[in-house]
Design a protein around this ligand. Sequence first.
Ligand code: GLV
Ligand code: MN
Ligand code: MN
Length: 418
Amino acid sequence: MMKLVIAKDRFQKEIDELALITEAEPPVVTRVLFSEADIRGREFVKRLCREAGLVLRTDEAGNMFARWDGANGKLSAAATGSHIDAIPNAGKFDGVVGVLGAIEAIRALKKSGYRPQRSIELIVFTAEEPTRFGIGCIGSRLLSGVLRPEKAAAVRDRDGKSLDEWRQGAGYAGSLNSVCLPKDCYSAFVELHIEQGPILEHESTDIGIVEKIAAPSTLRIQLTGVGGHAGTVLMPERHDAGLAGAEIALAVEGAATGTGSPDTVGTTGVFRIEPGAVNSVPCRAWLEVDVRDTKAATRDAALAQIEFAAAEICRRRGVVLQTERVNADPPAICDGSLVETVAAVCRQLGIAHKKMISRAYHDTLFMAQVCPSTMILIPCRGGVSHRPDEYASPEHLELGVQVLAQTLAQLAGSTGTV
Ligand code: GLV
Ligand code: MN
Ligand code: MN
């Protein structure tokens, strides 16, 4: 297998440029779905795709598709892709590596003289991150049919603004009914991503190949207590929604550590109280809880324990509890032969690699329901992600693109030689 020439300086420069399109002060990256920064980021990516000679289209959810037409239009395309939205206070690599890296992979393949049999399609998914609506992977959920259009229409942000209002504001006004992909439209899907964990770095391994993605879930909790004056409402009289929330957050920790599985993790990442004044008893609290495990049954047992504990805590404190399971997705099992294809590419290129679980979720979680799927992971410094100091080395970025490009060439087949 001949090594492809990856324009790593240009790739790095594009990552740096996209990182400057942010709602926050650089180097902090914040690009929440359909924010002005997200829309400008999309334009940036579209320009690169056009310059690379790709055919662009978007669907009504705002998913973007950039296609390199293969010689045989009757064959289903080989797909790759990721996301460019970023949580508040994020770094510049999460998602972006899989989008800009795919563009560079295609450019490198084109430059080498390779011509694909199948088309190769880059998908830039809408809202992999759950920031705006509390639910992640909206684009790939709709594409896979896991999220029904009528359910998506009911999704609202914390100010009550609907997905329809947000997407219409961004220029996507049509019905979501057309978003779900037809059967057999892709032959395979491979996502390049930073690991977001420490294993590859610890083991001095350059590439991870994902065999399974842990099962994620989100629980939304609303607590209504009784507010009042912080000086005059005596302690036995209180129904403090904030304290009920605090106890629930501890119960989340207890449930996650108590399953007996080291794979269970539980996080209360959103915790807001009202009125949020120092001399006022909190009358309302909102919590968003993330629970995951590699086994859905273990995760579900932890979720049930949290709901049970929340009910007891609220009864005891005289606080009204409302809970909603926003999502509780099964783990994704990646395609064995696709994993082998990526492993063979690594072997032929002499790259140290290992098969592994992804504990972060990705659009691949849902693409795995559409077609055979897997992921190519590269190390990131200290395993750090979802932070501004997230970092992947230029060498690993180059290797990731090399492996992605060679894998896509294998999947799409060739009309000549690479
Ligand atoms: C994806 O960003 C995740 O939270 O795993
Ligand atoms: Mn992320
Ligand atoms: Mn990501």
